[in-house]
Structures are given as C-alpha cells and as structure tokens.
Ligand binder design. Structure first.
Ligand code: F0G
Length: 491
C-alpha cells in the first residue's frame, strides 16, 4: 500500500500516470500573482495532495493552475458594476442603505412584493435552510424533493427529517430528455396520499444540482404545486440557480420561446409558497443567502409562530435582520448580481461556455451526462470505469479527482463517496442512485482554453483508466458529510 512520503517509488507511478501532454494550456492562472511568481510543479502538487489525504477540499488552491472547477458557488468574478457598487456598501449596524436596495432587486428579479412576503437574510444558503428546517417540528417528518443538495439534505437530516429524493426516471432512462431535473410526479403523488400528515412542505431544486445540474420545467413546477394544493401542503423552491433554470425553460419548453428569461423567472417564483436561495450561485456574489415565505402560506397554519421564531433565530445566529450575517459590501454585490444574472447576453455566454466545454469532453469520448447542466458538466463515473478493475466501491471518482490535482485541476466527486454511506455495524456501503464527478464552472472566471485544458487532462486519464488506482478511504468513511472530511490512499 502506498503510504505517503515513505514509498517514493509509488509516487513516481502516480507522476508517470499524469505525465501526458495536453493540446491546450491553462491561461487564467496568469490572473494570480502567486501562481505567476511560482508556477508549481507536479511534484509540488503531489506533496500537497498527500498532505491533504487526496481530499480535494483540503488541497491548497494556489497550487492549481487554471481549472478550479470544485464549485460554482461563491467563486464568481465580480463585474465592474459590482465592484463599483461594493464601494457604496453601507456598513451601518441597522437598516443599511444596501438592504433596501436588495429588497428592490429581489422584488424586481423574482416578481415578488415584500408587503406579502417575510424575508430573512443569511450569510449563505445553508444557513437559510438550517433556519427553516429547525422550525419544522413534528414526528417522522418527510420532505419530498426532486433532489436535495448535500448540505441541504444534511440540514434536513440533522433535524430528523427524512429527506426524500424523487428525481424523474428520465435522468437515467432518456439520454436527451430536456428536463431531467424534474420531480417524479407519480412518486410524489403516492407519497402525498400515503403520508401527507408527515409532510410539512415539498421542495423543488432548480436547477437540480445533485441530478446532473439538470433543469426543471415550468410544467413540472406547476404540477408539483397542484399536487401540493390538493393535499394542502406548502411548496418551496431551492432557487439557487433560478436564472439558469429559466434560460433552459425558454430554450426547451414549449410555449416559452418568445418569453423573456426575466418573465419566466417570475413565473417560477409565482408558483411557490417560499424559497431558500444561495446568492453565491445566481446572485453572482461571493457570499449571501436568504429565506422568503409568503405571509399567507399554509406553513403558517401548521406553525403559527414560525415568523417570530425565524426572526429570533436569525438575530441569534446571524445578526440584525437587515444585514443577516453579511457586510454592506456583500449586500451591494448581490443587488447588482440579481440584475445581471437574468440578462440574456450574460446567460447565453454562461450556458454556452458550459456547453462548449461539455461538447469538447463528449467529442473526446468522455461519458458525460447530456444534455449538459447549466453550471456544470457531470462525468458518469460508472461509465468512465466500465470494463476496468475499478468497481463502485473502489471510488474511482475520488481517484479521478485526486490525480487531476497533479495536473493543477480540481473537480468534485458527487457520487458513490459523497452521497454514499458506510454502516460500521454491517461494514457495508450503501450507494446513491447516481455516481458522478462534477466539473462546476465558476461564473465569469475562465476562458474556454482553461476548460479545454481541464478536458484534455480528463481525457489523458481516461486513456489510462486501466492503470488508475483505487481510492481507499483511510479516515472518515463512517462520518456524516464524509466527503469534506475523509482522507484516502490510492492503491
Ligand atoms: N442548494 C443547492 C442546490 C446548492 O447547490 C447549494 C450549494 C446550496 C443549496 C447551499 O448553498 O453553499 O450558500 O450554503 N452548492 C454548492 C455547490 C456548495 O458546490 O454546488 P450555500
């Protein structure tokens, strides 16, 4: 077994595996003075990767070189308009000027009227989810969703809520289906009929990050709402990528070709009782999150003091409601971000870049989920390692992300390891339905050459997949949220 610094010969094996040339070179690393002054070698990256236990989250970003596709969250490059607005940030403790600008920007982007909604600002999306889920008291609660994101699920489960993923069958069965992120309405209907008393709300994630970043159609949002209405249950959105979802609706859903993305986004919000959002995605900001609930929502009937309790929670853990854990500067970047993100030229460039990256990967023969997601391209790990010695329990997705670190590239495993669980009593792994590695593209950050470089590196390893090592978790496989904490050895 390869044990860190002691076994130098094996290091050479790893470096040999990644010693291939690429057709494209990374370019955006020249934006970083650190990287310009000291372009790290593969051996230096290897040293850092070993120190990090091959855990991508613990790998120092300065040693990457132009393809940090770990997340699209909070990694956006601010626009000049956002930088200008940032300087106007009002750092008052109470009722800062930017807060009112933010309310206006949200009303305008989401088509909502804050006279009719309660609004809670948080420092990021998960804080909003945590606040919401902690208020949902009751026995054996279930929240159905098209899919929960990892931290959203963890927040629900931490509050003893059964987070139930009901993603559409088409994600697996129909390679070209345009709305693979949809809720499975049949499964939802059955669950609502059998367990509606245990269901405090239904939650739809747009776009569906866990399910290949795939969009959800307005028809599906509307039908989900209809089923909720039938059973008197509130319907919430996880609206992190509401604008990208709206773009796909305009591109793919019948009857929306001539509607503006802005109008479609408003229609999405018109159908929900409430939503959580992380402004680190389609807020085009580096920080920020929110929870908003209609004042007349059915949630209030079930939990009559929910607004008061949420307000107390917010003040206890985030600060005054008008800054909610954010600086005035952060707030200003969100106000402009929300204006920009629904502009069609922005979205055309954004989604077009992800698509171009995806097409390049597909043409290189890499098994990717199609159609491509809005914020990321997902590699199908099972297909990637099909025919090799690497089976699901060998966590090939972790090996792939680990070795890519040596090329200065960072992706994220969102599959057998991130969403799987290990039972120490039975000593068995349970695997999720999908096994992906995600290449999430930060907004406004990379040139296409950077993404082609990433794709060349993935291709280089794909060509060597028969020689790729297994990833053995040596620490943390039994832990919750294990992908953030675990350490691995590659053998
Ligand atoms: N919901 C979805 C669909 C998300 O993708 C995320 C974050 C959150 C909620 C939580 O928001 O990070 O502001 O607390 N997703 C990031 C990612 C981390 O990489 O996809 P947050």
């Amino acid at each position: 077994m390869w044990r860190g610094g002691a076994d130098v010969a094996k290091f050479h094996e790893m470096l040999k595996l990644t010693a291939f040339a690429t057709s494209h070179q990374p370019r955006s690393y020249v934006n970083s003075l650190v990287r310009l002054h000291h372009p790290f070698s593969e051996a230096e990256r290897l040293e850092a990767a070993l120190k990090a236990g091959w855990n991508v989250f613990q790998f120092p970003s300065e040693r990457l070189c132009g393809g940090d596709l770990l997340s699209d969250s909070g990694t956006t490059t601010l626009t000049t308009e956002q930088f200008s607005a940032l300087v106007l940030g009002d750092e008052s403790y109470g009722s800062n000027w930017g807060y009112f600008k933010l309310l206006e920007a949200m009303e305008s982007a989401f088509g909502i009227d804050f006279n009719e909604w309660e609004f809670y600002l948080f420092h990021q999306g998960r804080a909003a989810e945590h606040a919401l889920f902690t208020q949902l008291t009751g026995e054996n609660l279930i929240i159905p969703s098209n899919s929960f994101f990892d931290t959203t699920r963890a927040n629900a489960e931490a509050n003893r809520i059964d987070a139930r993923d009901l993603v559409s069958e088409e994600l697996k069965s129909d390679p070209r289906y345009p709305f693979k992120g949809n809720m499975d309405l049949k499964k939802l209907e059955r669950l609502l009929e059998e367990h509606h008393r245990q269901i405090p709300l239904v939650f739809s994630t747009i776009t569906n990050n866990t399910a290949g970043g795939q969009p959800v159609s307005l028809a599906n949002i509307r039908d989900t709402r209809r089923l909720c209405d039938k059973h008197g249950i509130p319907f919430f959105l996880d609206a992190c990528r509401f604008a990208e979802n709206a773009w796909f609706i305009r591109e793919r859903e019948e009857g929306y070709k001539n509607k503006s993305v802005a109008a479609i986004a408003k229609e999405e919000f018109s159908l929900c009782d409430g939503f959580t959002i992380s402004f680190k995605k389609d807020g085009l900001a580096n920080m920020g999150g929110a929870l908003a609930i209609r004042k007349d929502s059915r949630l209030v009937k079930r939990y009559p003091d929910i607004f008061e309790k949420l307000r107390d929670h917010q003040i206890l853990v985030e600060g005054h409601p008008t800054y909610g854990g954010l600086s005035g500067r952060d707030i200003m970047t969100i106000t402009i971000g929300l204006e920009t993100v629904i502009k069609e030229n922005y979205l055309r460039g954004r989604i077009g870049q992800v698509e171009e990256f995806g097409n390049y990967l597909r043409q290189a023969g890499i098994p990717v989920v199609e159609p491509f997601g809005g914020h990321a391209v997902y590699i199908d790990t099972d297909k990637f390692f099909d025919g090799t010695k690497i089976k699901k329990g060998d966590f090939g997705g972790i090996s792939l992300t680990a070795l890519l670190l040596l090329k200065g590239v960072r992706l994220c495993e969102l599959g057998a390891f991130a969403f799987g669980t290990y039972n120490p009593e039975t000593k068995k792994e349970t695997f999720p339905p999908h096994n992906f590695v995600r290449a999430a593209v930060p907004r406004n950050k990379y040139e296409i050459q950077d993404l082609f470089y990433v794709a060349d590196c993935i291709k280089g390893l794909y060509d060597r997949r028969d020689s790729m090592p297994k990833a053995i978790p040596v620490y943390g496989k039994e832990k919750t949220l294990r992908h953030f904490k675990a350490r691995f050895e590659l053998i």
